[in-house]
Ligand binder design. Sequence first.
Ligand code: 6JR
Length: 135
Amino acid sequence: MRTGLLKHSNYMEFLRSVPSFKTLTEVVLSKVADVLEEMHYSDGDYIIRQGATGDTFFIISDGQVRVTQQNTANEEPAFLSTLSRGDWFGEQALKGEDVRTANVTAIGDVTCLVVDRESFKQLIGGLDNMSNKMY
Ligand code: 6JR
């Protein structure tokens, strides 16, 4: 995708504000802004389904999401957490196993910036808090 100049600078400003990206250089953030895809979701939409294969990484730029996990068949998924603007998810399926470990659903309108596996690996995956993230 070719990002317009104004969009690119808006993405840069937002990406700079993400605490986990503090150590990324302007050059790297600019490359992230170049490759990301903006995705919009409505209340209740599944952004990620547990058990599916996945190769995308998400940064929430607007709204909130609910993370749930089904531990045993037939049971309601258990609530794990709520994430909001500046939080990210989907990194687990990008390291080793490509299976999603949890469900992520939209709470109201949500906008996510989505990065593909290859770009994630090259630009973001090396961050300590990504590769070491344990739940
Ligand atoms: N747990 C994403 C947010 C959690 C959380 C606990 C777990 C796993 P993904 O949900 O990446 O897709 O980014 O797997 O690509 O408390 N997330 N809070 N995952 N897994 C995931 C994360 C995000 C779903 C969480 C998550 C576990 C517990 C026991 C295996 C065994």
